[in-house]
Design a protein around this ligand. Structure first.
Ligand code: FES
Ligand code: FES
Length: 397
């Protein structure tokens, strides 16, 4: 279907599918300032101004934009001259990762368009629809009030810094990538679209503990648009540490990319690479897996009892502390004489505390992009990280 709406002052025509969200359409049109976050209307990162009102685009059909007027951050600057709001966000240090910044700028613009003299409470209220997991809201509120003053022709001073004896440390510095971030430039991994890019989808385990007796991927492999379907039979067994991110990878090495055994619900069973995400997902439905479901453990104390199911029974795991009792590793730390401290305490409370797995929950989706560059280096780029380079020989090993 074909739709028309005004985008940053110009009437534009777009082709889309009836089910396409406005977010999908705008990003397909390379309006990269519109960020892809939760897709459920909660984070606000995808918001644009529609007829002057901040509106999330992930929960709106593209067709609903027909005839309306949309403003994105690409429409804020005048030529090379950035908008006072953008400048104020830079000046006040209101940006960290910058993923929420475009939506914050638009929320602020909607406010200043109708109220040139907002109070701090007004500025706080208007940011209520945009989640920020890094900066918080103190600096963006300061930026909005500063921009309002700039737009009124005033020259507000930046907040006084405490005097220091240093020339750099303790003094405000604009972020090196601040201008690109306030312009909503495609600097995030999810913004990168390379020609011929294949999309991956994972088939994951529905069982907490199971062995793969058989796996049939032939129908998935023959689906048009599918380039590869990988299972444990297709990838080298390279053990690594599931919980570590640093280099060198800390012990224990308790994981391989794809295994013939799954050890938790959501564990990886197969990977599909296809020309579109939809084809990749369709291929997952064609994979048939025969599982031998094994007894599972769901409690850390039960898991360490004699006779509990052994989750890591593989022979090639390295330095698991006590595989027979499902203890991967343990950490001991002591500051001072703990026993003495306990003896001398007025009260001693002994409790056991449990917490669920914690995710740092950045707004940008988890994305990983890999490609060979012109110097034959394997580039691996993942969410909120700068690219790092690996020699092809190292990647192959
Ligand atoms: S509100 Fe649309 S991506 Fe989160
Ligand atoms: S600066 Fe707001 S999400 Fe990172």
């Amino acid at each position: 279907m074909r739709i028309h709406f005004t985008l940053n002052g110009t009437v534009r025509q777009f082709d889309c599918e009836p089910g396409d969200s406005l977010l999908t359409l705008l990003r397909r049109a390379e309006i990269w300032s519109v960020k892809h976050g939760c897709e459920t209307g909660e984070c606000g990162a995808c918001s644009v101004l529609i007829d002057g009102v901040l509106t999330p685009t992930c929960v709106m059909l593209a067709a609903q934009a027909e005839g309306h007027s949309l403003v994105t951050v690409e429409g804020l600057a005048t030529g090379q001259q950035i908008h006072p709001l953008q400048q104020a966000f830079i000046d006040t240090g209101a940006i960290q990762c910058g993923y929420c910044t475009p939506a914050m700028l638009l929320a602020a613009k909607a406010l200043l368009d109708r109220n040139p003299r907002p109070t701090e409470a007004d500025a706080r209220a208007v940011l209520g629809g945009v989640m920020c997991r890094c900066t918080g809201y103190v600096k963006p509120v300061e930026a909005i009030l500063r921009a309002a003053a700039l737009l009124r022709g005033e020259t507000p001073p930046l907040k006084e810094q405490a005097p220091t004896a240093t020339r750099v440390v303790g003094h405000p510095e604009p972020k090196v990538d601040a201008v690109r971030l306030v312009k909503g430039r495609p600097v995030f991994t999810d913004d990168m679209h390379l020609p011929g890019l294949l999309h991956a989808a994972l088939l994951t385990s529905p069982h907490a503990h199971a062995r793969i007796r058989a796996i049939d991927v032939e129908r998935a492999r023959s689906l048009p648009g599918v380039h590869a379907v990988l299972t444990y039979r297709d990838v080298p067994r390279v053990v690594y540490e599931s919980g570590g991110q640093s280099y060198p990878n800390p012990l224990p090495y308790d994981q391989v990319s794809l295994d013939s055994k799954v050890r938790h619900v959501g564990d990886r069973v197969a990977v599909v690479a296809a020309e579109t995400p939809d084809i990749a997902r369709a291929a997952l439905d064609l994979i048939r897996v025969d599982y031998e479901v094994l007894p599972a453990v769901f409690d850390p104390d039960v898991a360490q009892q004699p006779g509990a199911p052994v989750i890591h029974d593989e022979a090639d795991a390295v330095k698991i502390e006590d595989a027979q009792h499902n203890l991967a590793t343990s950490v001991h730390a002591q500051v001072g004489d703990v026993e003495k401290g306990l003896r001398e305490s007025d009260r001693v409370f002994e409790r056991t505390y449990y917490t669920s797995q914690v995710q740092q929950a950045h707004l940008e989706p988890h994305v990983c992009l890999t490609y060979w560059d012109e110097d034959d280096r394997l580039i691996v780029r993942s969410s909120t990280q700068v690219p790092f380079h690996t020699r092809r020989s190292l990647a192959c090993r």
